[in-house]
Design a protein around this ligand. Structure first.
Ligand SMILES: NC(=O)c1ccc[n+]([C@@H]2O[C@H](COP(=O)([O-])OP(=O)(O)OC[C@H]3O[C@@H](n4cnc5c(N)ncnc54)[C@H](O)[C@@H]3O)[C@@H](O)[C@H]2O)c1
Length: 268
C-alpha cells in the first residue's frame, strides 16, 4: 500500500460494482479512507462483498445521487465520522439505451438525473467539506467526474447518454474555472473511459439484443473491441488508475482537464 492519500477521505458514488468499485479499491490502496455511496441497501450482501474487496477499510453510505436530501444526509454522516472530504468521485451512471423516436421523456430525464444532477448535487453538497479539506493539500481537494468517450463522440441508441456525458464534461470545466476564480482549493477533472468490461456494458448490450439489434451481446462486444485501436475492452482498474492519479497531489496542477482512457478510440 502506498501512502499518497494517507489521512485523506474519499467518496465514490456508484461504488458497489464496476468502475466505481475499482476506483474505491485503488484509492484505498493509496491510503485513503474510502466511502462508497450507492443505491443498494446497506444490509444487502453486495455491499458487504464490495467492502471486503477494499484493503485498509472502507465505509458505506446509502446514497441516491438524484435526491438532494440523500446527499445532505450522506455528507452529514461523512462530516460526523471523518470531519473531512478530500476526494469526490462522481461515478454513478446509467446508460438508458434506445432509439430517439422510441425513448420516453421519463427515461431521458432519468439518465440526465443520474449522470448530471448527481454530479451537480455532489459538488454542491460536498463543497463545504471539500473546500475545508483542500486548504491543507497541494492543489486542493479533487473532484473527479466520470464522463465517457461519448462525451466527445456519439454512438447509436445512446442519445440520452451522449447528451449527459457531454454535459458533465462542461460541468467539470465550469467547476474548475469557478473554483479557481474564487480561490477555492478544489480541482475538478473529468475522466473519459472507452468501453469497459462492467455490468453496465453487459446489461446495455443485452437490452440491445432484446430489441433485435444483434443476435448476441458478445457480437456487440466484439464490434466495439474491433473499433478500438488496441482491439480489446478495458478492465475497470485501468480506468480507476486515472481516477486515483487525479486524486493525488501528483495532479496538483490539473484542473478542468479531460483524461481520456480509451485504448485509442478517440485517436482515430
Ligand atoms: N462501462 C463502460 O463501458 C463505461 C464507459 C464509459 C463511461 N462509463 C461510466 O462509468 C461510470 C460507472 O459505470 P460502470 O460501467 O461501472 O456501471 P455499473 O452499472 O457497473 O455500476 C454503476 C453503479 O452506479 C450505481 N448507481 C446507479 N444509479 C445510482 C444512483 N441514482 N445513485 C447512486 N448510485 C447509483 C449502481 O447501483 C452501480 O453500483 C458511469 O458513469 C458510466 O457512465 C462506463
Amino acid at each position: 500500500m502506498s501512502e499518497e492519500l494517507s489521512g485523506r477521505v474519499a467518496l465514490v458514488t456508484g461504488g458497489v460494482r464496476g468502475i466505481g468499485l475499482a476506483a474505491a479499491q485503488k484509492l484505498a490502496a493509496k491510503g485513503a479512507k474510502v466511502w462508497i455511496g450507492d443505491l443498494t441497501p446497506e444490509t444487502d450482501d453486495a455491499v458487504a462483498a464490495a467492502l471486503e474487496t477494499i484493503d485498509g477499510g472502507a465505509a458505506y453510505v446509502h446514497l441516491d445521487v438524484t435526491e438532494e436530501q440523500s446527499w445532505i444526509d450522506a455528507m452529514a454522516r461523512i462530516e460526523a465520522d471523518d470531519g473531512r472530504l478530500d476526494v469526490l468521485v462522481n461515478n454513478a451512471g446509467i446508460d438508458g439505451t434506445g432509439r430517439i423516436q422510441d425513448m420516453s421523456l421519463e427515461l431521458w430525464r432519468k439518465v440526465q438525473a443520474v449522470n448530471n444532477d448527481g454530479a451537480f448535487l455532489g459538488v454542491k453538497h460536498g463543497f463545504k467539506l471539500l473546500e475545508k479539506s483542500g486548504k491543507d493539500r497541494k492543489g486542493g481537494s479533487s473532484v473527479i467526474n466520470v464522463s465517457s468517450v461519448m462525451g466527445f463522440v456519439a454512438f447509436p441508441e445512446s442519445a440520452a447518454y451522449c447528451a449527459s456525458k457531454g454535459a458533465i464534461r462542461l460541468f467539470t470545466k465550469a467547476c474548475a474555472v469557478e473554483f479557481a476564480a474564487y480561490g477555492v482549493p478544489i480541482r475538478a477533472n473529468s475522466v473519459h473511459p472507452g468501453f469497459v468490461q462492467t455490468p453496465l456494458l453487459d446489461e446495455g448490450f443485452q437490452r440491445m439484443v432484446t430489441r433485435g439489434v444483434a443476435e448476441k451481446a458478445q457480437d456487440l462486444k466484439d464490434q466495439v473491441a474491433a473499433s478500438t485501436p488496441v482491439n480489446r475492452l478495458a478492465e475497470p482498474d485501468e480506468i480507476a488508475a486515472a481516477v486515483a492519479f487525479l486524486a493525488t497531489e501528483e495532479a496538483s496542477y490539473m484542473t478542468g482537464s479531460e483524461v481520456v482512457v480509451d485504448g485509442g478510440y478517440l485517436a482515430r
